[in-house]
Design a protein around this ligand. Structure first.
Ligand code: FES
Length: 148
């Protein structure tokens, strides 16, 4: 358990770290759809726009039970990652708009990071269409750099 699991990251975007009901099943969501995703699944999926600081953007369909990192990799888009368990923060992105759910606690992020919209893409599943800033520059904002 962690204290701010219900916190949302601000207006126009939200990071939720649960989303499952008391039985552990995924909770109902108004944004469900039966369309077929690019991964061939028939479950709910959302358009996730990945935004790099140099202005590049890529849009990927990501299943609701798939992480943003996995969805990007499935499309051949390389994003930084390390542990894939929410522990190292190498995969940090910053949510611009939309909703993401952390499927497991984003241990590498401090509460102030989560409140500022930072997310861990290795454990983040989309709950709506969303836009996320990605790339190594986003991760570097989390720590102070004594050489800068
Ligand atoms: S890859 Fe380590 S927290 Fe995501």
């Amino acid at each position: 358990m962690y204290p701010d699991r219900d916190a949302h990251a601000g207006e126009g975007r939200g990071v939720d770290t649960h989303g499952r009901d008391a039985d552990g099943d995924e909770a109902a969501d108004a944004n469900t759809g039966d369309e077929k995703g690019t991964d061939g699944s028939t479950g709910e999926h959302h358009a996730v726009t990945l935004c790099w600081r140099d202005g590049r953007e890529e849009r990927v369909d990501v299943g609701a039970n798939e992480t943003v990192l996995d969805g990007a990799e499935r499309r051949g888009i390389a994003l930084p990652f390390g542990c894939r368990t929410g522990a190292c923060a190498t995969c940090t992105g910053r949510l611009r708009e939309g909703d993401l759910l952390h499927r497991r606690p984003p241990r590498a992020l401090k509460p102030r990071h989560r409140e500022a919209g930072y997310v861990l893409l290795c454990v983040a599943e989309p709950r709506s269409d969303c836009a996320v800033e990605v790339g190594a520059a986003v991760h570097s904002e989390l720590v102070s750099n004594p050489w800068k």
